[in-house]
Design a protein around this ligand. Sequence first.
Ligand code: G16
Ligand code: MG
Length: 214
Amino acid sequence: DNKAFIFDLDGVIVDTAKYHFLAWKKIANQLGIEFTEENNELLKGVSRIRSLDIILELGNKAASQEDKDKWLTQKNEDYLSQLVDMDHREILPGVFDVLQFLKSNKQPIALGSASKNARPILEKTGILSYFDAIVDGNDVTNAKPDPEVFLIAAKLLNVKSENAIVFEDSVAGIQAANIANMISIGIGDKNILHEAKYVFDNFTAISEHFLKGL
Ligand code: G16
Ligand code: MG
C-alpha cells in the first residue's frame, strides 16, 4: 500500500515555536499572567484563538470579544515581525535531508499545520515545492487534538490513515495523529511526547533505514 508523510510545521520543520512562545508571553505578561515554557507546551499545535483562551484560563481571567480580537491581532503582528528576515537557515537540523530522501523515493509529502501563516513560511524557507498537499489553519474548523487536519491531508494524498506517518512536536498533534489511527512520530522530548509511537530528538536522528521500514 502507498504511504504518505505528513509534517507539522512549527517546531518540526522550522524553529518558529520559540517566536510563538515569545509573542504569547508578551501578551500574557501584559495581562499580569505568568507564562512559562512549561505552560507553553499546552499551546503547541493549538490554534491561535484556542491559545489565547488557554492563557486566559491559566490566569483565571475573562475578557470581552473586542479585547480578545485586539490581543489576537497584536500576537500575530508580533509573530510576523519576527519572520521578516526568515530564510532556509530557519529549517531545523536534518529536515531538508529527510525531505530530499522522501522526494527521491517518490513518497508523497503533505503539510499538516494549525498555522494560518504556513504558506509564506514554506515560501520564505524555499521548501514549498516539496509538498504535494498543504493543509493548514485556513483549511480546518477543528484544531488539534482533533484529527481533521491530518485526515484531510491523507485524503488529498489518497492514502489510508494507517499508512500515513505524522511528524509532530506537540502533545495535541500526537494525540490527533493517534486518534486518526496514523503512525505518530514525536520530534522532541520523550517525556513530553510519550504518547507517540516513536520519538526522536530531531531529524538528524532519523535514519533512511528507519524511514524505509515504516
Ligand atoms: C502552530 C503552532 C501553534 C500556533 C498555531 C497557529 O501549529 O504550533 O503554537 O498557535 O500554529 O498559528 P498561527 O497563529 O500562525 O495561525 P503547528 O500545527 O504548525 O505546530
Ligand atoms: Mg508544531
